[in-house]
Ligand binder design. Sequence first.
Ligand SMILES: N[C@@H](CCC(=O)N[C@@H](CSC=O)C(=O)NCC(=O)O)C(=O)O
Length: 279
Amino acid sequence: MTIENISCNKSFGGWHKQYRHQSQALNCEMRFAIYLPPEAANKPVPVLYWLSGLTCTDENFMQKAGAQRIAAQLGMAIVAPDTSPRGDDVADAPDKAYDLGLGAGFYLNATRAPWNRHYKMYDYIVHELPALIEANFPVTEQRAISGHSMGGHGALVIGLTHPHRYSSISAFSPISNPSNAPWGIKAFTEYLGENREHWRQYDACELLKLAINEVPVLVDQGDADSFLEAQLMPQTLSDIAKAKGYPLDLRMQAGYDHSYYFIASFIEEHLKFHSLYFK
Ligand SMILES: N[C@@H](CCC(=O)N[C@@H](CSC=O)C(=O)NCC(=O)O)C(=O)O
């Protein structure tokens, strides 16, 4: 697993670095970013995996969320992957729509052509990327997972499906019930086909109904988010959690929208939440 460093910037005593590598899961070259806190110079540190939303690359979170200061204080690495496979031979939406194809991998394993050649973001995030991070950087096997919007969906789905791999889960404005949201219906129909049975494994609401292991979940949602009612539906997730006594805290934040201004306002609380569950 060869990785090539392509940028390196000192930040709050630690380092922000970007790498490219050939992904076996995605069958293309990929880029990711890692923030290593100062403590990583002396000993392995735990890792938060951050999954970004539609249209994003590894750069949106690292440049806009302002997470490095608190990650440096807490001694936590943060890994930000890209949001889809990339490259000239990777299928894209015929109309270049922002919510399908490039930049819109939905953190699943596509089963339908032409998507099934490269769109295996689930395998990449769950297996290939952590193995690569743990082989190349001073990190422990303690992991947490978080994300925004499409990435919040990814964090919830992957965290709930792998309760022994992640000690905590958080999300900003997640697409909480994609089987019933236009973004999710469009993506799942294209990537997985029309049989809704195949969608359940990638729907946080369906997974939460079945969850046995209680990995703590924190969700922040702005009440001025223009996507809230049609696309996100975090209340459905929260209602399922309440009905079964699952430890999920949905916080409605007055006046906040869907942007990184919102994420930057609460990222410190999310990092502190995750650090509580790192041993
Ligand atoms: N029409 C918009 C939609 C794109 C958008 O809002 N992307 C969000 C994530 S939405 C859900 O996954 C985002 O994070 N954008 C990047 C950013 O840096 O803000 C558009 O095309 O802009």
